[in-house]
Design a protein around this ligand. Sequence first.
Ligand SMILES: C[S@@+](CC[C@H](N)C(=O)[O-])C[C@H]1O[C@@H](n2cnc3c(N)ncnc32)[C@H](O)[C@@H]1O
Length: 309
Amino acid sequence: MSHEHKLLFHLRMLTDSVRMEAYCRAIEGTVRPGDVVVDLGSGSGILGLLAARAGASRVFCVEKDKYMVQRARRIVHDNGFDGVVEFLNTKIEDLESFPLPVDVIVSETMGPAGIDEGIFQLFSHCVRLLGSRPRCIPDELTVLAAPLQVHELVERRAQACRVVGLNFSSLAGNIGSISQILPVMPSMLIGPVGKLFHGAPGIDTLPEELTVTWDLAELCPIDAVGVWFKTRLSEDVDLANPPEGPDTHWNQLVLPILPGTGPIRGAVQFTLWPRFDSITPRWKWRLSWDGGEYTGDPADLDEPEDLEG
Ligand SMILES: C[S@@+](CC[C@H](N)C(=O)[O-])C[C@H]1O[C@@H](n2cnc3c(N)ncnc32)[C@H](O)[C@@H]1O
């Protein structure tokens, strides 16, 4: 990611008032005066600064991105917390120890689906280093999924198949393998919302395969699956990005099923294989129902068939 994109990415998070208000309350309610805090994936340093303001005696900000560490050091200095907030410019996976016993881990390493920035793996590494699980923000995370009808996806694909009278269907066909981040409207939901995963970062491990089954009462075609999260940051602070909730910078993750399933009813099983190869993970997913199956696989995008070869 270029420096410009990084700054815009962090500014979007900093100006997401739903996210910021929730983290402010959770940190103020969890961090006690004198605590030692780890800000895991500290980016601009905002969560570490909130911990310092809440009375932490030391805050260790672990951040792999050197440019963001440089920017954040300046922000910490500008806010007068130089002696309190310290930066460890490394991947958490490469860190061997912390200089002091730690009372709290705080982290916002969540994408639109909650698990897409590897929060469970990052907390596991951190807790393993510490030897026991301290107070954690977030404390729990749930991943939710629902079948959708998204007319824009279907129309965009249809339009992309024929561009100014030319046949582009081989390119447009791959839209069905690409996950997208879009605002899902409540009117797009055509079935029940199901729980794909629930766990506590630092305790639970994310399985390699997540599955949910919906029972569709009405006959309807599915052309995407929407995925989002809800999390308990602390005892009395929740944060979520559901379609019916207030707008957040996350929006929702949309996995297309294109061309759609056609009208179906009854049990529909959705399976997701989480992968974390970049900030926009390349998801693989499958939908199966009585008489049909669809697999979205980003591997389809790698090497198009070479007609000359
Ligand atoms: C979503 S941003 C959140 C930044 C900041 N904590 C906030 O709330 O605005 C996640 C940050 O985690 C960092 N990160 C991701 N994986 C990491 C790892 N394995 N070790 C250290 N930092 C990591 C990224 O570089 C990014 O700056």
